[in-house]
Design a protein around this ligand. Structure first.
Ligand code: ADP
Ligand code: MG
Length: 629
C-alpha cells in the first residue's frame, strides 16, 4: 500500500519527538498506557448498550517484551480503531489534546515543556525507530499501521480477530546519550508502571519469571512464568476512608513524599458538586530540611482520572500553605494540561480555593480541639503563616490572622489574638507587644514593668518577621498593635498624668539640660511612666522604626543605616533621679557626663553596643573615684 504523509502540523511535532533532546523519554509509556485505558473506557461504556462489544476476557492492558528483536509491546482489548480512526487519530493531531500541546509549543519554544504535557502517541517516537499498530474495531476488518517517523505511514488490512489494539515499539539502537535497551528490562517497565500508571483502573499485566519450589522436592527450585498485575489499580485516596488504616496513610506518605517521619495530620476527602476532586493532604510533623531554601519544591501532585500528571503543581495551593504535601485527583482537567495553562484554568482555581478552605478548617479545628498538637505545628510552620500575612500587601490577613500564635506575658504560653482580645482590660484600646530574642530576655525588659504590673497582657515577638507582620496588619479586629517599647504607650490614669506633668514642670531645668546634653543622640529626655525598678530606659518615637527593627536592619548587608528615633525615659521613683536632682543643683557642670552614662546604660539594656566603650569606661572610673573622695 502507498505511503501516506503526515499532516504538516503532525510533522512538526513528530520532528520534535524524533530529535528530542528531552531527557525524560520514559513518559512515552505513561502516554501509551493512558491511551489504552481510554480505549478500554470507551469499550466498557459502549458495551453497556451494545452486546457485541462485551468482552469475554476482562478488560486489561498487557505488556510484553521481545528482547531479541528489541520490541516493546503494549496491547489492550479496548475499542480499537478502524481505517478512518487510524488516519484521523494517528495521522493528524487534530484531536484536542495534542492540539493544545502544539499551540503552546508555538507560543513557547522551550523544549522543557514537553514533559509537562500529555504529549500523546507521538512521544513513542522518542524511543522507537519504528512503530507498528495492529488494531481492530467491532465487525470491521483489522488494520496494521506502520511508521518509521517523518517519511509517513502505511495502512494495511490484516486478519486480526480480536477487538483491541496492539502497539509494537521497535526500539532505537543504544547511543552514547541514551540507553534505549532499558525499556526491554522488566524491572524498568514495572517501576515505570508503578511510577506513572499505578492507579489506572484496569489491570496492567506482564509475564514475569518466578522461582518456585518444585512440587514434592524440598529445597529444589525452578523458574516459572507467571502473569503479574503491575499496578495497584485502586489508589489509596480513592478508597473508602473507613477501610484505610493510619498505617496505610503513613506508609503512603513516607514513600510518596520522601519523609522519614509520620505526618502530623492527614486530610483525606472527596468533593462533588461545583468542583470535583479527591484530595489526600498531609501536614508534616517536622520541617523539611530544605523548607526555607529556594530548592524547596512546593505544590501538590496532580492526577487526572488516576493518571499521574505532574508533581509540584504550585497553583493547586496558596503559597502560605506550602508546607502541605499531598495530591489532588480530579476528572475535570485534561491529561494534556501544562503548568502554564494550569494557572489560568478556572476549574483548578476553584480547586485551589476549596483546598485552602479545607486546610484552614483543619488547622482551626486542631487549634480548638488539640491545642498542643497545634502548637507543635505552629513551632514548625508558623513562620510560613506569618509570612503569608505579610506578603501580597496583607491581602491574606483575614484568612490567616486567627491561625497566628504569640507568646503571652500573662498566660506564659502561646495564645491567639482572639484570646488576647477577649482578655483585654476594660480601659485598654491597644494590643501590646514587645520584641526580643527570647522569652527570658523579653521578660526582663524594663519597659514592660508597669504594663505587666498594671495587669496588661503583652505579646512577645520572638521572630524577626513579627513586627513586619503587624505593620501589614495594622490592627486585629479593630484593636491596633502598640509596642511597649515605643513612645506613646497609653497606660496611665488621669491622676498619674497630672502628677507626671507637675513633676516635669518642677524639674524643667534638669530635663532641658539632660535633653541638651544628649541632643544628637535622643529626641528627648523625659519622665517615664512605664518603669518600676529600673532607673532608665529607651523607647522609640512613634514615628519611625522600632529599636528591634533597627537591630534587624543593621544585620542586613546594606550600607544604609536606618535608626530608630529614641527617647530616654527616667524613672522618677528611682534613687538615681534624686541623685540627678542633686547633681543639677550642686555640680551643674557634671550633668552632661551623668546624662551620657545613663544613656549608654540604656543602650546596653536595650541590647545595643555603647557608642564609645573607652569613653564609657573612663567615665565610670571617674565616678568611682569621686564616690571615694
Ligand atoms: P489523546 O490521547 O490526547 O487524544 P494521543 O496522541 O495520545 O492523543 O492519541 C491520539 C488518538 O489515537 C486517541 O485520541 C485515540 O483516538 C487514538 N488511540 C491511541 N491509542 C489508542 C488505543 N490503544 N486504542 C484506541 N485508540 C487509540
Ligand atoms: Mg493520549
Amino acid at each position: 500500500m502507498a505511503k501516506k504523509q503526515f499532516k504538516t502540523e503532525s510533522k512538526r511535532l513528530l520532528d520534535l519527538m524524533i530529535n528530542s533532546i528531552y531527557t525524560n523519554k520514559e513518559i512515552f509509556l505513561r502516554e501509551l498506557i493512558s491511551n489504552a485505558s481510554d480505549a478500554l473506557d470507551k469499550r466498557h461504556y459502549l458495551s453497556l448498550t451494545d452486546n457485541t462489544l462485551a468482552s469475554e476476557k476482562p478488560l486489561s492492558i498487557s505488556i510484553s517484551i521481545d528482547k531479541e528483536n528489541r520490541i516493546l509491546i503494549i496491547e489492550d482489548n479496548g475499542i480499537g480503531m478502524n481505517k478512518k480512526d487510524l488516519e484521523e487519530n494517528l495521522g493528524t493531531i487534530a484531536h484536542s489534546g495534542s492540539m493544545d500541546f502544539k499551540n503552546a509549543l508555538e507560543k513557547n519554544e522551550e523544549i522543557d515543556i514537553i514533559g509537562q504535557f500529555g504529549v500523546g502517541f507521538y512521544s513513542a517516537f522518542m524511543v522507537a525507530q519504528k512503530i507498528v499498530v495492529e488494531t481492530k474495531k467491532t465487525d470491521e476488518p483489522g488494520y496494521r499501521w506502520v511508521s518509521s517517523g517523518q517519511d509517513g505511514y502505511t495502512i494495511d488490512e490484516t486478519d486480526r480477530q480480536d477487538i483491541g489494539t496492539k502497539i509494537s515499539l521497535h526500539l532505537r539502537e543504544d547511543s552514547e546519550e541514551t540507553y534505549y535497551s532499558e525499556y526491554l528490562d522488566k524491572y524498568t517497565i514495572e517501576s515505570l508502571v508503578k511510577k506513572y500508571s499505578d492507579y489506572i483502573r484496569y489491570p496492567i499485566t506482564m509475564m514475569v519469571e518466578k522461582s518456585v519450589e518444585v512440587e514434592g522436592k524440598e529445597g529444589e527450585y525452578e523458574t516459572v512464568e507467571e502473569e503479574k498485575t503491575l499496578n495497584t489499580m485502586v489508589p489509596l485516596w480513592r478508597r473508602n476512608k473507613k477501610d484505610i488504616t493510619e498505617e496505610d496513610y503513613n506508609s503512603f506518605y513516607k514513600s510518596q513524599f520522601g519523609d522519614w517521619n509520620n505526618p502530623l495530620e492527614v486530610i483525606h476527602y472527596s468533593l462533588e458538586g461545583k468542583v470535583n476532586y479527591k484530595a489526600l493532604l498531609y501536614i508534616p510533623s517536622k520541617v523539611p530540611f530544605d523548607f526555607y531554601s529556594k530548592d524547596y519544591q512546593a505544590g501538590l501532585q496532580l492526577y487526572s482520572k488516576g493518571v499521574f500528571i505532574m508533581s509540584d503543581a504550585k497553583d493547586m495551593i496558596p503559597p502560605y500553605y506550602n508546607f502541605v504535601k499531598g495530591l489532588i485527583d480530579t476528572d475535570d482537567v485534561s491529561l494534556n494540561i501544562s503548568r502554564e495553562i494550569l494557572q489560568q484554568d478556572s476549574q483548578l482555581q476553584a480547586i485551589n480555593k476549596s483546598v485552602s478552605k479545607r486546610i484552614k478548617s483543619t488547622l482551626v479545628n486542631m487549634l480548638v480541639k488539640e491545642r498542643e498538637k497545634y502548637e507543635e505545628f505552629f513551632q514548625n510552620f508558623g513562620y510560613a503563616l506569618k509570612y503569608g500575612v505579610y506578603s501580597d500587601y496583607g491581602m491574606h490577613k483575614k484568612e490567616l490572622q486567627d491561625l497566628l500564635l504569640f507568646y503571652s506575658s500573662k498566660e506564659d504560653k502561646y495564645v491567639t489574638l482572639k484570646e488576647y482580645k477577649e482578655r483585654m482590660l476594660e480601659n485598654q484600646n491597644e494590643i501590646y507587644y514587645a520584641s526580643g530574642t527570647s522569652i527570658e530576655q523579653i521578660k526582663k525588659i524594663p519597659q514592660l514593668e508597669q504594663l505587666v504590673d498594671k495587669g496588661y497582657e503583652v505579646l512577645y515577638f520572638l521572630d524577626n518577621i513579627d513586627e513586619f507582620v503587624i505593620m501589614m496588619m495594622r490592627d486585629y479586629d479593630g484593636k491596633v498593635f502598640q509596642s511597649a517599647q515605643k513612645a506613646s504607650t497609653d497606660i496611665e490614669s488621669e491622676e498619674e498624668k497630672t502628677e507626671k506633668e507637675k513633676l516635669t514642670q518642677d524639674n524643667k531645668g534638669l530635663f532641658e539640660d539632660l535633653s541638651k546634653a544628649l541632643a544628637d543622640k535622643v529626641k528627648e529626655v523625659r519622665i517615664s511612666s512605664r518603669l518600676k525598678t529600673h532607673p532608665v530606659c529607651l523607647v522609640a518615637d512613634d514615628m519611625g522604626i522600632s529599636m528591634e527593627m533597627e537591630k534587624y536592619l543593621a544585620q542586613l548587608p546594606t550600607n544604609e543605616e536606618v535608626k530608630a528615633t529614641k527617647i530616654l525615659e527616667i524613672n522618677p521613683d528611682h534613687e538615681i533621679f534624686k541623685v540627678l536632682q542633686k547633681v543639677y543643683e550642686t555640680r551643674k557642670d557634671s550633668i552632661d557626663d551623668y546624662a551620657d552614662l545613663l544613656y549608654q546604660q540604656a543602650l546596653l539594656i536595650e541590647g545595643f553596643p555603647v557608642d564609645d566603650p573607652v569613653d564609657f569606661s573612663n567615665k565610670i572610673c571617674q565616678l568611682m573615684k569621686e564616690a571615694n573622695n
